[in-house]
Design a protein around this ligand. Structure first.
Ligand code: SF4
Length: 479
């Protein structure tokens, strides 16, 4: 097992797998710098590697320039490397590995040369049938360069393209075969294509700036490049952007959808809006529901940054208990502390987060956090509050207890590693050293969205929208 994998397993933080960004400037201007800033806004979705691939729609077909490597966006790209990426169409990707090793070969966008030209592909999500599809392809002679499921998608599109008239039809044919979670951006020599799986697990939005069309995981990336939000790509929809504008194919759309509700609770940035629901508003609502279901006499409500802050504000508004800022987060913690080894974990929480003693000393504190995975981080934060003089710490969690793993593009681990799987709420409360503990009721989860859209809550309920795979799809294919 690689050191990365081991430290990822030991980490008590959850990770989104990826963020994607694509742009086609119909006026022919270079797009690499816009992709850079788009990826910068999506950095929270993946911090292990990133990449940009661009092409010139007026140049020779099949010429793609790309830069990709391990590291954060501002570590991988330099002004010179962005300057060297010439082209009016391009895709970008930030990655955290949940399927396939964390190595340079597995960085995206994937660029594939084949008889019809070149494809560049950026994928957010996890396929649940990637292993079978990969074995099928290998038996027909395919040689894989990476160990990620995204390459299986790229191969399928390339193969299908040999049978059909255009790349968007090839994407549709590939979608008939692949199963699971995927939001895709595909660059062909003359087209930019966005596709979202029929359940819509992961978000994908369309934006426009002047004569440029943009596809991105979240609206915060549109804001970063001064683009206007046009609309969400529908679950199951394929959008094709060419010189003539956008063409939509909704023939793969289905009645049942399953957007990841944990995007709203934790993964997405609060300034993003997905499928018509503001992430910030949904977190405020989660806090209000918590205040209704788990009220307590206290002096101050505080949120664990960042995703606990809005829920804490909601709890405060509903309960009338004053909202306060108890934590200072070090935003400049680099990669060293993103995946700390077990030996430095104790200090890594304190390095990332410090308590404002003057805010909590002598107070009964309601502490709101988004989730508890293994419990180690929450226990340390409760201890930090008590060490700083809080007389009581009442923990409120803006999601239901995690009971089941996720197979759809996040690293919520196997159930034996989830504290709530083997312990009651009272036992967890004791383990955290908290005075009381309350989780968001799973029955009220939908209320936080304020919408009747279909959502996935399988990590809380075990009701998977698609039959979960029997194999471990989240390891390396070589294992
Ligand atoms: S299982 Fe949980 S984290 Fe995974 S897609 Fe469903 S709601 Fe999101």
């Amino acid at each position: 097992m690689s050191e990365n994998k081991l430290s990822n397993m030991l980490s008590d933080e959850l990770h989104e797998e990826c963020g994607v960004f694509g742009i086609y400037d119909l006026d022919g201007n270079d797009v690499a710098s816009s992709i850079y800033y788009g990826l910068f806004a999506l950095q929270h979705r993946g911090q292990e590697s990133c990449g940009i691939a661009v092409s010139d729609t007026n140049g020779p077909k099949g010429k793609v320039s790309s830069v990709k490597d391990m590291g954060l966006v501002n570590e991988v790209f330099t002004p010179e490397s962005i300057e060297g990426l010439k082209g009016d169409i391009g895709v970008g990707h930030v990655r955290y590995s949940t399927a396939g090793a964390s190595t340079r070969e597995n960085t995206q966008p994937l660029v594939l040369n084949y008889v019809k030209g070149t494809l560049a592909l950026a994928h957010n999500g996890n396929l649940i049938n990637a292993l079978e599809l990969r074995h099928e392809l290998e038996y027909t002679g395919a040689i894989f360069q990476t160990t990620i499921d995204s390459e299986v998608i790229a191969y399928h599109i390339a193969r299908e393209r040999l049978k059909v008239a255009n790349v968007e039809s090839a994407v549709k044919n590939a979608m008939h075969k692949i199963q699971g979670a995927y939001s895709l951006i595909i660059m062909s020599p003359r087209k930019l294509i966005g596709a979202r799986d029929p359940f819509g697990f992961r978000p994908l939005v369309i934006g426009k700036r002047d004569n440029s069309y943009i596809l991105a995981s979240e609206t915060c990336a549109l804001d970063a490049v001064s683009a206007e939000f046009v609309r969400d790509v529908l679950p199951g929809e394929i959008v094709t952007i060419t010189k003539d504008g956008i063409v939509s194919d909704t023939s793969m759309c289905q009645q049942e959808t399953a957007r990841c509700i944990f995007e709203y609770i934790y993964f997405a940035r609060p300034d993003s809006c997905m499928d018509g629901v503001s992430v910030y508003n949904s977190r405020i609502m989660a806090g209000k529901i918590l205040a209704q279901t788990y009220p307590v006499d206290a002096d101050i409500v505080v949120g664990v940054p960042d995703s606990g802050n809005a829920a804490a504000l909601g709890y405060s508004e509903e309960s009338g208990i004053p909202y306060g800022m108890a934590f200072v987060k070090n935003s400049y913690v680099g990669r060293t502390f993103i995946k700390p080894k077990q030996s430095v974990r104790e200090s890594s929480v304190k390095i990332k987060l410090n308590v404002l003693k003057e805010v909590v000393k002598g107070k009964r504190v309601v502490m709101i956090d988004d989730s508890i995975v293994r419990g180690t981080t929450s226990e340390r934060i409760v201890r930090m509050l008590k060490n700083a003089g809080a007389t009581e710490v009442h923990v409120r969690i803006s999601s239901p207890p995690f009971l089941y793993p996720c197979y759809f593009g996040t690293d919520i681990p196997s159930d034996d590693q989830l504290i709530a799987h083997n312990n009651t709420v009272d036992q967890i409360c004791d383990m955290l050293g908290a005075n009381t503990l309350g989780y968001l009721d799973v029955e009220r989860l939908g209320e936080m969205l304020g919408s009747d859209m279909g959502y996935c809550s399988a990590c809380f309920t075990g009701n998977y929208p698609i039959e979960p795979p029997k194999d471990n799809i989240r390891g390396d294919f070589e294992q």
